[in-house]
Design a protein around this ligand. Structure first.
Ligand SMILES: [Ca+2]
Length: 455
């Protein structure tokens, strides 16, 4: 809230009242979008003299005073999310950034440590020997490191898996293939590099890789940094930064371009599936529908969720979320696909972490809900009727979500933990929350180290 130190400019203008549908938090109608501080002050004084004994009026004044407060206060209670976290591992992990499964019906979870290791969690135990350790090939720090892991859909037959990492020498993005060894919990160290993408700056490296229902490997690249996409790379349809890419790793050497990729006939950019992204750190496929959901981390104002379709332009840097960015007004929106939803960088929120559409069996009321979160606020959120709804405040630094073979979901705490999302009863919630670090919520001041981690 702002404090009225002096009457601001605009006191003599006509206040503009407007009701706009919310594009931020759930079930809200945001009012007073165009009233300025002066108008609010005059309204407040008027109400005070006519209704000064009324508590309700005092509350009404608060609503008028701050758009953000009005947004919260006008909200209907969010749907009962009734989820909690069960801690699977909270010790022995170094900056985990992802968790997934190998699809071979095993009970193992594979946890990616940013420094360059893949760890195995088997029957509740974190195995001491990494599945893979390539720390010596990794440029680790900030937004760089071992960032993504995807097992081949036929991993149980062919032992192939793929990673996305920042190369030690220069931070370039490398998409590389590995093989499991004769020992099922150990990978061979030899790699086959599929794709290398130079990075102009240290940040905005994307990181996610995953197989789509079409059997192709999808990869997220950021715009390459630094800030505001100075090279306009997200919109450049001939380079691979600021994109979601798609390749066929079952044909060609080292891969081939799917025939229906939108720019398959170009000399450059054949790998592009969709474009106009800033830093789509995490994306996923709905196990049931095959739809591709991506969360694109915003600049300093708007975090967005995209339903990604082939060949479409998701707007960056022309737009940030649903708002003009460059130019800041009257930006050309023809041909752009707006997000399904967005939320503002406020109340401690600063960086969206994309998740999954829940298709598990254990939490029936979550069925079909896109679950995601925010790295800074530690909130687990869900998309309910295309509205962003806070389900759970965890205090964790949510670096990623993950999905197991049965569709159950996991939360990865960058501070060193992996939690399963469970429904009620929340018998174990107290245990999970004992490790919460509300007091360590990162400063959302622009440029802070915490904030920039996946910005
Ligand atoms: Ca966008």
């Amino acid at each position: 809230m702002r404090s009225p130190r002096a009457l601001p400019d605009g006191c003599l203008s006509t206040p503009k009242w407007e009701i706009i549908p919310t594009r931020t938090l759930p079930d809200m109608t945001r009012r007073v979008s165009h009233t300025n501080t002066c108008h609010k002050l005059l309204i407040l004084l008027g109400f005070f003299f006519f209704h000064r004994r009324s508590i309700e009026t005092a509350l009404a004044l608060l609503l008028i005073w701050s758009p953000s407060i009005s947004a919260f206060a006008l909200a209907k209670p969010p749907p009962k999310a009734n989820i909690s976290l069960f801690p699977l591992v909270t010790k022995g992990l170094e900056q985990p950034v992802f968790v997934t499964h190998s699809g071979d019906q095993g009970q193992r979870l594979f946890i990616v440590e940013q420094a360059g290791r893949i760890r195995i969690l088997e029957k509740g135990r974190l195995l001491p020997t990494p599945f893979l350790d390539i720390t010596d090939r990794i440029n680790f720090g900030g937004e760089r490191g071992l960032l993504g892991l995807a097992f081949h859909p036929k991993f149980s037959n062919n032992g192939r898996f793929f990673v996305n990492y920042s190369r030690a020498a220069d931070g370039a993005t490398v998409i590389s293939e590995f093989q499991v060894s004769d020992t099922i919990n150990l990978a061979k160290p030899a790699e086959k590099i599929l794709l290398t993408i130079s990075q102009p700056y240290g940040n905005h490296n994307g990181g996610m890789i995953a197989f789509g229902p079409d059997g192709f490997l999808y990869m997220a690249t950021g715009d390459g940094g630094a800030g505001e996409d100075p090279g306009n790379r997200g919109q450049n349809q001939t380079e691979l930064l600021g994109k979601i890419l798609r390749i066929d790793i079952d044909h060609g050497a080292p891969y081939s371009i799917p025939q229906d990729n939108p720019f398959a006939t170009q000399q450059h950019g054949q790998e592009i599936f969709a474009f106009g992204f800033r830093n789509p750190w995490r994306f996923s496929f709905d196990q049931m529908t095959g739809e591709l959901w991506a969360a694109d981390v915003g600049h300093y104002r708007w975090e967005e969720i995209d339903r990604v379709e082939k060949g479409k332009n998701y707007g960056w840097r022309i737009m940030e979320g649903m708002h003009c960015f460059k130019p800041s007004t009257d930006c050309p929106q023809a041909g752009l696909t707006l997000p399904v939803a967005e939320y503002a960088n406020e109340s401690g929120r600063c960086s969206i972490t994309g998740g999954y559409v829940y298709r598990g069996q254990q939490i029936p009321h979550l069925q079909g809900t896109y679950i995601f979160g925010d790295y800074c606020s530690g909130e687990v959120m869900g998309l309910v009727n295309n509205r962003v709804t806070v389900f759970l405040s965890t205090g964790l630094r949510i670096a990623s979500f993950g999905e197991d073979a049965t569709g159950e979901l996991y939360v990865v705490d960058h501070g060193g933990g992996v939690y399963r999302i469970t429904g009620p009863p929340a018998a174990k919630l107290g245990q999970a929350q004992s490790s919460h670090r509300k007091s360590e919520l990162p400063n959302t001041t622009h440029g802070s180290e915490e904030r920039d981690l996946f910005k």
